[in-house]
Design a binder for this molecule. Sequence first.
Ligand code: NAD
Ligand code: WQD
Length: 358
Amino acid sequence: MRIASKANNKDMATSKGRILVTGGTGYIGSHTTVELLDAGYDVVIIDNLSNSNRNVLDGIEAISGRRPDFVEADCTDFGALEKLFKSYPDIVGIINFAASKAVGESVQKPLLYYRNNLNTLINLLELSKRYNVKGLVFSSSCTVYGEPDSNPVTEQSPIKPATSPYGNTKQICEEIICDDIAAGAPFRSIILRYFNPVGSHPSALIGELPNGVPQNLIPYLTQTAIGIRKELSVFGDDYNTPDGSCIRDYIDVVDLAKAHVIAVERLVEGKTESPVEIFNLGTGNGVSVLQLISEFEAATGVKVPHRIAARREGDIEKVWANPRRANEILGWKADTPLADTLRSAWKWQLALRERGIM
Ligand code: NAD
Ligand code: WQD
């Protein structure tokens, strides 16, 4: 375990306390760290860099003027994690992003996914009790709703059998949290079910860094627009949707990050209404793949070569959120216009080229 830059978080007099961000150099974790620092929290990140890069810390520092503390270690390593808690006795809350997240890979390597995602959470819950942490925010996913019976989905919509080991880890992790707290764990948790996070920080200093050929729509689209990929395959135009392509709820990653600050604050300040709270984080708007391509072209003036391809196995036809609970209880709303989000994704792709990364 290596600890970097502890000296930088000096402003203890005005700090709201320290948040442990697991997976904090990753896509959503880095954006959330920026928002936490801006809101006056101290942050210590733990990441094993299995799907991210240490340089992300420079981007976070360039945006917020503060460098989060960073520990390079694996959350499944109980000893390393405990050492971190001993080094930072001021941790008041945890946001747990650390997980393996590639759906296809999880089918090929299920044990890796169960081991990583479940053991990370179990270690954090165990240590939260020992070190008096007030609460944990957990990254869940709309994948728990599977193919919904109706849209938009509320938090009460049925949980469907998982279609991948990845999706199953999210369902099991939600259950682990509920069982632990039901058994009297002296702390609270907020489970956030994200819809489809997209875009990047408007500064283009941090963003999504897909590994290899992107599986997700937006990175594939921006890589096609810039010429890295020849054309984007639209997976199916014969679905039961107005234009035949699948519908999702694309949520801006900065809007998403802001919800985490509100959630962790709610836990730290003891304001939750029940020991476990669950919120959908989405915009409430369903957008089809073909609509998204048109919106991107209109927002950026850049054409996206695309063709209709066969359906992708396992795809959900349509899913979008009813975010009312988060709007009303958290006082949070995803309000970045989709055009701005798509421009941020494009700006990020251009920045990657400028830096010779992609
Ligand atoms: P990401 O891969 O960019 O970030 C995850 C980070 O965790 C990476 O930096 C990785 O190196 C780190 N990590 C993984 N296992 C670790 C371990 N054992 N110890 C320490 N670090 C570890 O992913 P993301 O898109 O930022 O997703 C963050 C969380 O949100 C994940 O839990 C993911 O399942 C969940 N989520 C993501 C999406 C999405 O579409 N991006 C949607 C719903 C939920
Ligand atoms: C979006 C839409 C595709 C690529 C996945 C996980 C889910 C969640 C988010 C974490 C779909 C279409 C895509 C392409 C396309 N992650 N598409 N051509 O499938 O909604 O969700 O990421 O929890 O668990 O399953 O996201 O970005 O892969 O796809 O037409 O090259 O774009 O068919 O309709 P998805 P996605």
